[in-house]
Design a binder for this molecule. Sequence first.
Ligand SMILES: *Cc1c(COP(=O)(O)O)cnc(C)c1O
Length: 354
Amino acid sequence: MPSADAILPYLERIDASRQYSNFGPLVRELEIRLAERLAPDAHAVTASSGTSALVLGLMALDLPRGAVCALPSWTFVATAHAVLAAGLTPWFIDVDAETAMLDPQACQTVLSRAPGKVRAIIPVCAHGAPLDVGGWAHFQSQTGVRVVVDAAAAHDSLTSAPFPMAVSLHATKSLGAGEGGYVVCPDTDFAQRLRMLSSFGFNGSREAQMIAQNAKMSEYAAAVALSAMDSWASTRLLYQQTAFKLRIALKDVPQVQFQEGWGLRWVSSVCVVRIPAGTLAPLIAFLKANDIDTRQWWGEGCHVSRAFAELARDDMPNTEHLAATTLGLPYCATMNDAQVSRLTGLLQQFFQDS
Ligand SMILES: *Cc1c(COP(=O)(O)O)cnc(C)c1O
């Protein structure tokens, strides 16, 4: 996260403008800078969190209340919360065994098994991995099912916005504002709809034009996000540098598989690896015994959460396998050499002995 020193010039601009929220100058500047990174027709609309960004993206589709929305179970619970908060009916489906993401081609067949007509689908960029944008554009045009992407961890890998994509600016994600998020989308009308949905359904008057939320980003969060964007190029290099060090140190440990392209073509704030079936629990315990914490970021998949126990789901063989073979290792942009070699040394030792 940016230092207080780096944020200060932006805070001074808030003092001068005395505008604290409601689409102030810092939020507008942030939205322009976020959209500029993408295709020329892209728009960005800020939100109070990644979850609310996803809720806005789904609400803006204007689907009938209760319409079925397919989502992977292999995701963070926020994806399912967002579907419910947007008034839609979640249907959990399985992801591809290799990419750990929904596959646009496979999903065309899966839809025939749905408990009702599927009106929307949420591909999730697994831990920030890039999306098969072309494949999903084809899916949408073939099926008429609306695509809204949970790109919460994928700030770095977004290149275009042919459909709404929601990104998180939580402190744990690669570009951090503390709490915050944004949606990118391809057209002005949709962007305007997102803004109305984030602000009580207001459109120039104090009359609510639609059922909506308060999901606006404050000028203070925008100050932090702008400052994080100023240093993004160097933050990104540090993420890459650390990823290279981990990859080099583990190049002779084939049991540890990094995500395709991670740290090379795209970066994220987490290091998620695949390890052989049967080694997950012993590895977690071994690292724990050496005072090293790990994360099973998505647990057993979110369909097993108590809150979602009653929701419809398809069979989940790949999700179950991923849950048994996926582990989040310690990782950050400023990880030092001693930390890298302590972690990788223990991994080498564990897999040599196992
Ligand atoms: C982090 C995350 C979210 C939620 O973002 P918040 O900003 O914390 O609300 C949603 N989906 C996925 C896949 C995430 O990783």
